[in-house]
Design a protein. Sequence first.
Length: 241
Amino acid sequence: MNLSIVIPAYQEAGKIARDVEAAGAFLAGERLEGEVLVVDDGSTDATAEAAGRPDLPAGVRRSVLRYTPHRGKGFAVRTGMAETHGDYVLLADSGLCVPFANALRGVEMICAGACDMAHGSRRLAKSVIRRPQPIHRRLLSRISRAAVRAATGLPKGLTDTQCGFKVYRGEAARALYAECRTDGFLFDIEIILRAARRGYAIREFPVEWACDLDSRLRPARNSWRTARELLQIRRSLRKAP
């Protein structure tokens, strides 16, 4: 089994090395062939240098992709996805919010033919929340989820579209992200809608999660950008064959 791990990063010089070390240790510990791809989204700090610093176990490949200027998380993720080679692909946010071992649940679901995409969810009964979001972020997230669902008609049954821990069948990931046009945080929504159009099955699995208080997501500051991205997604999908 070959697993590619894509970690988008922006201004993460203080913690990206821990992500890379943990990803490498996970692959080696589970005796998986694989690679760790860090995508530096135009950081002005030493994110790229820090990502290349840790020693990784033998057999674990590492790529650090960097570009300027800053383009957004969606652009970073699809840049990384285009360079993956794995039979399976894990998208993981920086900050170790979800231990990498949780990905095994998603891989098993895909291997069993239950789905093409397995999303980690913080809202399932068996999920374990080690450190919850601050109350203001929870309220803003609820408002944002309601607005996104009203504007896009997301498939029913998905409880946590924005969790930054998702496993894909490799071919499906590369096909979907090659079509994606959203540069910002709502790229997940576009990918889900494109997956539904292709007939890809999406399932969720519970995760162990701790809020990253140093997250780069600022919903209150990005409300206008969010609205603009929703409109762009709708227009893009209307034009799609």
